[in-house]
Structure formats: structure tokens, C-alpha cells
Design a protein around this ligand. Structure first.
Ligand code: NAP
Length: 453
């Protein structure tokens, strides 16, 4: 396994994959750690979690640097990501006790209640695009619930995986409550089948999700899946077009467009289409790509050359089939896998840009003749992660959010963001289950009924 700096092309470090025996030994240790960690109180767990929060903030420059080097994220965003990880640690340190307290239910018995108990070691299979945040939003609730965890991170971010493992140890958690497994995706099935692994969560692409869900289903273990998205944004006739264009561009370009909840499809009511298009293309054209360490850079390179080439294929094939390029759409000179901010229109069913997730700075504009048509277009996708509506009429925005758009998260007059306080996840081929908030911490617990006569 290699970490390669996408900007410089240099190999940062090579790692040997752990053998199946090494993996089994680690899982055994993590299970042993669970046997005592599950008996600790929330107060003790919260002390460790707050230490972890402090360690993250203390080392944020260094940790951000690992992300920049391994996957090309711009430094400013990498620092923000570490700070968000610190937030989720504080959030669960402070709230786990109330989220998991016993709940009385009135019955004929003298006492009846629900008790939330940890289940054991959970496997987390994670992607490279937010290599700290994705892990922490699993890790913080899992450990606060009394579970232990093993992490199979994406193969190109082994340095991030090991840095997180080390941080947890430095924060004073007992040995082995959280361990990284340096393994390839072909070794995941055997880990899921290990009797000491009690559940699995995967954040990644839909094909990876289907494979992990099948493996988990075959041994009857619970899974949570956070998968891809092709988030639609509706721009209604009464929207503040300048604000809508600005927020849509911000969302589309965040993390060089490599975000599951990046705004990807823009469905604009005919009457305001040209105005939105002009503003949107103008703002997209202002973005600069370059060295992720340079504070002037808006977007860094994509994480790997193969990912950039795949994205360009999706664009090129759509153009061959009749799509129009308004901006970008070419492979820039040089070795680093940059892709320029790109805007397409005249995209119709059958084209890759219509159906597939575009994991990079590529936006597609669609013209809709009515709100009804806009909703049909928004929902004409296998994905159902996030969505947005821009409108002056808040009641209408809420109605479309609640009843119109097929998605797990909908924002009115803003772009979708994850937030420790709010449940996050998707429907359809974007997955199932939720992370974050009270809902996320209850995914991997035994909801135990206790009745006393
Ligand atoms: P990916 O190729 O699916 O990889 C994600 C993780 O799954 C990696 O650790 C990968 O390991 C592993 N993996 C891949 N195929 C597997 C298989 N058949 N069985 C078991 N494990 C497998 O995704 P990615 O390219 O890293 O990330 C981009 C995708 O993640 C996008 O589709 C994006 O939308 C999605 N994503 C979703 C969310 C969300 O919250 N919904 C958040 C972020 C990203 P290797 O690296 O070793 O292949």
C-alpha cells in the first residue's frame, strides 16, 4: 500500500498490508479491550474523549498536513476538518449520557424500561475524501457508547489511519479500544465474518456498500451505509439568485468537488435559468486550482490520477452524446491530477452526467418548465443523499423539503452540511442508517427491554 502525494507525485510512504493472522490478533485484542471498556461509566469515557478533542486541536497543523499530503485537500479545509472532528468529540462527550440513559415505559409491570447497551467491536470501512471527519463521526459515538472499533481506511490514506490510531492512544483511552487495520478491500469480508466483529459501517461508493452489505447480511450482522450522492438543488423563480449561485458554487467546489454531499445537479426554473447560469458560471470560473498548501488556491488536485481520468471520461462521453460545455471540461497540462471547474448543460437521460455521481468539480445545469417538472428531475436518480431548495417562500421550501425531494438531508436556502447535532444519511442507493446526533449513537447499541414484575 502506498501513500502518494497527488500534487507532487512523490511516494510519501509504503506500507505492508497486515496478514490475516495479524488482523485476527488485533481483533482479539480489541475484543479484550471491549470487555472492560463496556463497564466504564460515561464520565470516564468523556474524560478520554475530551482529551482526544484537545489532542486534535493541539496537533491540527500536523494532522492537516497529513491530509494535504495524502489526498491533496487544500490546507485551509484540512484545518477546518480537524476542528470539526474536535467538535464531534466534545458533542458526544457531553451528550452520550443523555442519549443513552434508560427510558421508562409505562406498562402493567412494576418497572419497564429500555436500556442502551454496547454491542462490541464495530468495523468501520472509510473513504479518503474526508479522511479524518468520516472516521471521527463513527469513532466518537461508538466509543462513548462503550463499543470498541477497528478501522479499515482507504488504501491511499494509511498515514491518516495510523495518525488517528495514535491520537486515540495518546488521549488516554485504554489500549486497543480503537485500532487501524492496514488491509485492502479484498480482506474486508473475512473481517466482517470474524465472530468478534459485531457490526460494520461503511462510507464510500455504492458498489462497495453493496458488497459490504451482502457480506454482513450473510452472517446476520448489522450494517450502516453512507454511500454516494448526486445532490439536486432546485432554484425556484423567487430565489435570491446571487446568493443561490454563490452557495451552490461553494458546495460544488468544496474538497475539489469530492464530497458525497456536494451540490451536483442544479435544476433551475426557466424564468431565472439564464440569470442563474451567468452568475454560476462566472463564480465557477473565478476558482483557481493549484498547490493545496497555497492559501490562494480554491481547489487542489483530485486525490488520484485514475479518479481524475474517470471523471473526465464521464464528461467527455456526455459531450460526445450531445452535452454542452459552458466552462472547463479538459485535462490541464502537468502531472498533478487537476480538473478545472466545469459546467455542463443540455444533459439528458442516457448520458453519464445525467445518471452517475460526478466526484469532482463538475456541475450540471438543467432547465425546468415548472416546479412539478423540477421535482421529477431532482428525483430521477438512484441516489437520495442530500438536496437543496432556494426560494423566498419558506413554507413552500419546507413543503418541498419534507414531501417533494427524495433525500436523507434537505437544506432550504443553504447547502447541505453534516453537523454533529443532526442525523446524517441517505435513502435509495445512497445507503441506510444514520450517523451523528442521538440517532447515530443508537445505531450500534443493543436496545434492550427490561421488565420487572
Ligand atoms: P470506495 O472506493 O467505495 O472506497 C471506500 C472504502 O471502501 C475504502 O476503504 C475502500 O478500500 C473500501 N472498499 C472499496 N470497495 C470495497 C469492497 N468491494 N468491499 C469492501 N471494501 C471496499 O469510495 P472512495 O472512492 O474511497 O470514496 C468516494 C465515494 O464515497 C463516493 O461515492 C462518495 O460519494 C462516497 N462518500 C459517501 C459519504 C456519505 O456520507 N454518504 C461520505 C463520503 C464519501 P480501498 O481504498 O482499499 O479500495
Amino acid at each position: 500500500m502506498q501513500s502518494i502525494n497527488p500534487f507532487t507525485g512523490q511516494i510519501i510512504q509504503e506500507y505492508s498490508e497486515y496478514s490475516s493472522t495479524e488482523v485476527e490478533e488485533i481483533i482479539l485484542k480489541v475484543d479484550r479491550a471491549f470487555q472492560s471498556w463496556k463497564l466504564t461509566g460515561f464520565e470516564q469515557r468523556a474524560i478520554c474523549m475530551k482529551n482526544l478533542q484537545a489532542k486534535l486541536l493541539e496537533k491540527k497543523e500536523e494532522l492537516a498536513g497529513i491530509m494535504v499530503a495524502e489526498m491533496g485537500k487544500v490546507k485551509r479545509e484540512a484545518i477546518g476538518e480537524v476542528e470539526k472532528c474536535a467538535w464531534v468529540c466534545t458533542f458526544y462527550a457531553e451528550n452520550a449520557v443523555s442519549f443513552l440513559k434508560n427510558e421508562s415505559i409505562k406498562t402493567e409491570a412494576s418497572e419497564s424500561y429500555v436500556s442502551y447497551q454496547p454491542i462490541g467491536t464495530v468495523l468501520a470501512v472509510m473513504p479518503w475524501n474526508f479522511p479524518f471527519w468520516q472516521v471521527f463521526r463513527f469513532l466518537a459515538p461508538a466509543l462513548m457508547a462503550g463499543n470498541t472499533g477497528v478501522l479499515k481506511h482507504a488504501s491511499n490514506v494509511c498515514g491518516c489511519a495510523l495518525a488517528i490510531e495514535q491520537l486515540v492512544a495518546e488521549a488516554g483511552f485504554p489500549d486497543d479500544v480503537f485500532r487501524a487495520l492496514l488491509i485492502g478491500s479484498n480482506a474486508v469480508k473475512a473481517v466482517i465474518e470474524n465472530p468478534l466483529i459485531k457490526a460494520v459501517t461503511l462510507t464510500g461508493s455504492t458498489p462497495a456498500g453493496k458488497s459490504v452489505a451482502a457480506a454482513a447480511g450473510s452472517v446476520l450482522k448489522k450494517s450502516v451505509l453512507e454511500l454516494g450522492g448526486s445532490d439536486p438543488y432546485l432554484i425556484l423563480e423567487d430565489a435570491d439568485i446571487e446568493t443561490a449561485a454563490r452557495l451552490c458554487v461553494t458546495s460544488r467546489l468544496l474538497n475539489a468537488g469530492q464530497s458525497c454531499i456536494g451540490a451536483k445537479r442544479f435544476i433551475i426554473i426557466d424564468k431565472v435559468y439564464d440569470q442563474f447560469k451567468a452568475e454560476f458560471v462566472r463564480l465557477m470560473s473565478e476558482a483557481t486550482f493549484g498547490d493545496p498548501l497555497d492559501p490562494q488556491t480554491t481547489i487542489g488536485p483530485l486525490a488520484r490520477p485514475d479518479l481524475r481520468d474517470e471523471l473526465h471520461q464521464q464528461v467527455a462521453k456526455s459531450v460526445e452524446m450531445g452535452a454542452t460545455i459552458l466552462l472547463g471540461g479538459y485535462i490541464p497540462e502537468g502531472k498533478a491530477p487537476f480538473y478545472p471547474p466545469t459546467v455542463l448543460e443540455n444533459v439528458v437521460p442516457g448520458m453519464p452526467a445525467y445518471h452517475e455521481e460526478l466526484f469532482g468539480p463538475v456541475a450540471v445545469l438543467f432547465r425546468a418548465n415548472s416546479e412539478e417538472e423540477a421535482i421529477l428531475m431532482a428525483n430521477d436518480t438512484v441516489f437520495g443523499l442530500g438536496a437543496g431548495v432556494f426560494t423566498y417562500n419558506i413554507e413552500k421550501g419546507k413543503a418541498l423539503a419534507e414531501k417533494g425531494l427524495e433525500a436523507g438531508c434537505v437544506f432550504v436556502n443553504d447547502f447541505v452540511k453534516s453537523d454533529p447535532r443532526l442525523p446524517f444519511g441517505g435513502i435509495k442507493e445512497s445507503g441506510y442508517g444514520r450517523e451523528l446526533s442521538v440517532v447515530g449513537i443508537r445505531e450500534f447499541v443493543n436496545v434492550k427491554m427490561v421488565v420487572v414484575r
